[in-house]
Design a protein around this ligand. Sequence first.
Ligand SMILES: Nc1ncnc2c1ncn2[C@@H]1O[C@H](COP(=O)(O)OP(=O)(O)OP(=O)(O)O)[C@@H](O)[C@H]1O
Ligand SMILES: [Mg+2]
Length: 872
Amino acid sequence: MSENKNEKKQAAEKQLAEIAKITDEELFQRLDTCDEGLNQVEASDRLEEYGKNIIDTGNENSLLKRVRAAIINPFNIVLLIVAAVTLVTDVIIATKPSWATFLMLIFVVAVSGIISFVQEEKSNSAAQKLQNMITNKIDVIRNGSSMEVNIEDVVPGDVVKLASGDMLPGDVRFIETKDLFTDQSQLTGESQPIEKFAGPDPEGSDITELDNIGFMGSNIISGSAKAVILTTGNRTYLGSMAKSLNTYQDKSSFERNINSISKLLIKFMIVMVPIIFIANFITKGSWLDSLMFGITIAVGLMPEMLPVIMTSSLAKGAINMSRKQTIVKRLGAIQTFGEMDVLCTDKTGTLTQDEIVLEKYMDVLGREDKRILRHAFMNSFFQTGLKNLMDVAIINRAEKEELSYLKEAYVREDEIPFDFSRRRMSVVLRDKNGKRQLITKGAVEEILSICGYIEIEGEVKPITQELIDNAQRIATENNLEGIRVIAVAQKNNIHDVETFGVDDESDMVLIGFVGFLDPPKPSAESAIAALQKNGVRTVVLTGDTEGVAINICGRLGIPTDYTLTGAQVEEMTDDELNEACEKCHIYSKLSPYQKQRVVKAFQTKGHTVGYMGDGINDSLPLKQADVGISVDTAVDIAKEVADIILLEKDLNVLDEGVIEGRRTFANMSKYLKMSVSGNFGNMFSVLIASIFLPFLPLLPIHILVQNILNDFAQLGMPFDHVEDESIRLPKKWNIPGIKKFMVIFGLLSTVLDVLCFLVLWFIYKFNCNDMAGFFQNGWFMFGIISQTVVIHTIRTPKVPFIKDRASLQLNISTLAVVIVTLIIGFTAIAKLFDLPVMIPSYVIWLAVLMLVYTILAQILKHIYIRKNHEWV
Ligand SMILES: Nc1ncnc2c1ncn2[C@@H]1O[C@H](COP(=O)(O)OP(=O)(O)OP(=O)(O)O)[C@@H](O)[C@H]1O
Ligand SMILES: [Mg+2]
């Protein structure tokens, strides 16, 4: 960390520690705000003054840096070294100075730099545009009333309302808190939830322990709060550390595989290049020429265009997906999406509709009773935490039933917020006469566990096992009809205390249930069937009860014969769970940790797992999964950790996304197989030529031009279309498969190279040092054209040109390269490259060799597919 950054960080720390100590009044004064918040004019003035609330790390942005990144890579560095050596040998100490090779080298560096730069810019701006399509909003109090504002537009002095699932939109000082727990692991790496309080904290010393201060980038796990924004954007503590919120950088199997393939090629190079060097040195005598040749071969074999082609393939895929209202936040996720073979999903709001309807309110015997709705309403309305779909459904129904007057009849004294292990929430209300009551609602089992009494027909009785069983039965019967049930309990004789905690949820009176209809999205069934057809299995991981899960899954065509509950999962060892995963499609009553554990179990069994969810309780499994999918209506934290966001309700985009991912993968894989096999073959050809020829088979400059033209031909690859057959099943990187392909098709290209040598040597008699230039020209052209034409055979499992044609872009890029090569070889331009103009009749031989190559490749492909049941 630089001095400057450290200073900035220390200043931020000092300031926060100071603010932690002052009173609320001093705080308001200092930030020139009040409990009512800022007014719009002040807010927009401050937005102007402090700028948008965005952290930019200043790292990736400057143009100069991006240009440098495009030019400085191992490939170009080697080229520049070769250029420097050439400058000395060809120009400075040469008797007849020749600039050609030197200039060509510089040109190659420039061209490859420009191509990388342009492609990289295009991909980045596409990714940026996609990012901008998802916005996170936050409740801000302005002018005394609460409104939704984009997190980017929050300014210092704003008063914000926070609930579980929210991300803190800046560094804040809390002025009201209710059982507030935050996750600061972004800053500290410590994943324990940390409780926060309002009011001055005179003792606080260590920055992350200040218990009335919240930090940009942390999120609220449970509870609710009101807070004043202290700083935004780069001025926040997180900003001072110049750390962006990318928590999901290191998990892509994609990058790992690319690296392993690059390493493979480099290993080959390390073995082969010295051999080639020695072979040339022995047969030709000049160590400098041999060395230069060896180095350029090494350069030629470097997969330098790999990252560029990969990124632009991914960017292309991301753009296609955005047309289907699917936003890809991390480009690598597209490929993982195509690789996914298990999709885990939660239920409400993802598989089911965004709106759920309150269908029933009933007493403990299952008879309709409006009193239950009243209590449920009071609980949902007065609680200040996140109002989820169920709360919204309760409030809507109550308003329809004209229960709104209750809003005025009671005041909230306190609440005990929802969390996913208790699965319930409580409010403490006081009526006009000062009578207080505690109302709790939540999952049936969890409510029963805190009830000492039950109210039957207006009479409160101690609860018995029989009554418990009966209540359970009513809930289960409803569940099996697809109705999700929440139990409601209350008590009147509560302690005379000011604040309440979880302990107060005891000895309660069970009064009844509310039931919700939570029907599947219309598109869910077809989407799941389509995924199934394409080799992706859907598994439901819900916090809801087994009964509801079974009902919904039954309607969606997910097998329901084997299910597990959170409690059962808890008892299993990792091995047992791993085994169970293979047959179980429904997991119910899971806690967030259990959801994560199930995802992990699938991964252990070698599956590539997607997780789709929208709640706070989904953030752990979303992070754990290979690809995290969320929806636009999800809570902030879920959207933040997800890799892919669906903007539309229609789940069919999932399958389309998977197909898009596989298409992207197929194009990347084609490119990869083509270039590794080409390089591998070339290495052998060069070795053979080096041993048998009395002159260098190519000059360094030829290798470089070949290299750049071959790369250029491939630039159309990301735009190519893909055979339906190749994308029917999930595809993973298959490194042994790539190696096998490389050897077989590499050797085929060597065979053709040798045929070409024979033509040049015996038919044209380019067999002595005087004729070296002609030989070089002949192989130069064949090298480029053969690698370019064979693209068309390799890109499809079918017969090229006839049964399946490439996309326009690929046709153009390959044709252009062939034409340019012919022009270089057969016209005076050849002289620029130290080559004599080639004899025109050679064009016939080129055509013949190409035809032979295509036919042989086609036959070999046929055999390969029959044996391996896979193609690119
Ligand atoms: N607002 C609420 N009030 C009371 N209880 C709730 C509330 N929200 C959830 N619960 C209880 O907690 C359980 C788990 O919560 P929730 O359904 O959100 O989990 P989930 O894993 O996201 O499930 P799903 O797959 O249905 O989305 C619910 O079944 C319900 O019993
Ligand atoms: Mg949920």
